[in-house]
Design a protein around this ligand. Structure first.
Ligand SMILES: [Zn+2]
Length: 390
């Protein structure tokens, strides 16, 4: 199962209270018998701790206990195949999200706690991958460490023949004279078929990309094929198209994944770094630094937010109006009420982003290091420039 950052919003709508459990189920913990299901003791302990905090109200203890027991029972009888698991359990709710990314154990009660999942999804963008050779094309969606094939197209014309006729140029003059027109007809027919085929691949890739909200599309194959397919995409396609000149047509999906992942990661790192440099260099339409960005973000004035993956500042939040900032002032600057709730930016960012319809881009690696020099967060303003906002 694969979730996109948008599908996450449907999970956020689940009726509270629900038990949210992020469980680290990766194989390392199953290496020896003693180690087996190392998350079971964690769950028991954490479930007890939650009842002692204000998170579980006395009136909820019965439902809470029932959901904890349900999750425990489910995990006990199960051999995990994924690295991590998100479970949402409530009176009318049972949602299971297997994740091929490492998760940190977390247990929450109340509203669905989607912070960690949001972060994982923002850091692991879905991509569309098209692998072509002269026999056909295969279409994949790559997301959260999984590469799922979502289509196949067999080429009915033989492209190798099309390639050969190009080489026909080198044949002697006499041959060309007698068979020239015949060859031209053949060439036109081949060209038309070839163009048709590239268009078919483009159409399929485009719809797959749009359906899955992919961040970018990777075309893998010979230079000639990938370039011809790339040329078919309309200018307003709006997503990067990356060509990888490799003949991977014969590889199995798992071999493909092994060979393509480092290339994709490399491209993604460069893209993120370019994004951060663009942000830091945009004096007119962008803002950087935690305090100023947070004010504008809460006011709905940021269109695209860029956050370093390791940013997790503690903030003070007003329980009346939800306003938050870094100041230790016990009085809310927005509504004047007393405030004492300490929260983590990570946990509240998803809902605020949905509420304000802000796109969030989480960057890692070198890009995160660069952004951290300027407070680890920034964003592009909606419409107006910085000067106009003041
Ligand atoms: Zn307030």
């Amino acid at each position: 199962m694969m979730y996109s950052a948008n599908e996450l919003q449907s999970l956020a709508q689940l009726t509270p209270p629900v038990l949210t459990a992020y469980v680290d189920t990766k194989p390392r913990q199953r290496s020896s018998r003693g180690d087996a299901l190392a998350y079971m003791p964690w769950l028991k302990k954490e479930a007890k701790i939650l009842t002692k905090t204000e998170n579980v109200r006395p009136g909820d203890l019965g439902t809470y206990g029932a959901q904890v027991a349900r999750v425990e029972e489910f995990l006990r009888d199960r051999t995990p195949r994924e690295k991590g698991l998100l479970i949402l359990a409530g009176s009318d709710t049972w949602e299971l999200v297997p994740l091929e990314r490492q998760v940190e154990n977390e247990l929450h009660w109340g509203r669905p706690a989607l912070g960690q999942l949001f972060w994982i999804l923002s850091e692991n963008k879905p991509y569309c991958i098209v692998v072509v050779d002269r026999t056909g094309a295969r279409f994949f969606r790559h997301s959260l460490g999984e590469m799922a094939q979502s289509g196949k197209m067999k080429f009915t014309i033989n492209i190798s023949q099309w390639k050969k006729k190009e080489m026909g140029h080198v044949t002697g003059q006499s041959v060309k004279k007698t068979r020239g027109s015949q060859r031209d007809t053949h060439r036109h027919r081949m060209d038309a078929q070839y163009a048709r085929l590239c268009r078919d691949v483009e159409e399929r890739a485009k719809s797959l990309c749009e359906k899955n909200r992919c961040t970018a599309i990777f075309l893998v194959g010979s230079d000639r094929l990938t370039k011809a397919i790339e040329a078919e995409f309309p200018k307003q396609f709006g997503r990067p198209i990356v060509t990888i000149e490799e003949d991977f047509g014969k590889f199995s999906p798992s071999d493909l994944q092994k060979r393509l992942e480092p290339r994709i990661a490399d491209w993604e790192n460069r893209r993120q770094l370019a994004l951060v440099y663009a942000l830091l260099g945009d004096e007119r339409k962008a803002v950087v630094g935690l305090d100023e960005t947070l004010v504008l973000f809460q006011k709905g004035k940021i269109r695209n937010l860029v956050v370093a993956h390791n940013l997790n500042e503690s903030l003070r939040q007003c329980s009346e109006c939800d306003w938050m900032d870094r100041s230790s002032d016990p009085v809310c600057p927005q509504c004047g009420r007393e405030r004492f709730v300490i929260i983590h930016l990570r946990d509240v960012l998803p809902e605020l982003a949905w509420k304000t319809q802000t796109d969030v881009e989480v960057v890692a690696g070198e890009a995160a290091m660069k952004l951290n020099e300027s407070g680890g967060i920034g964003g592009w303003l909606r419409g107006r420039t910085r000067v106009e906002l003041r």
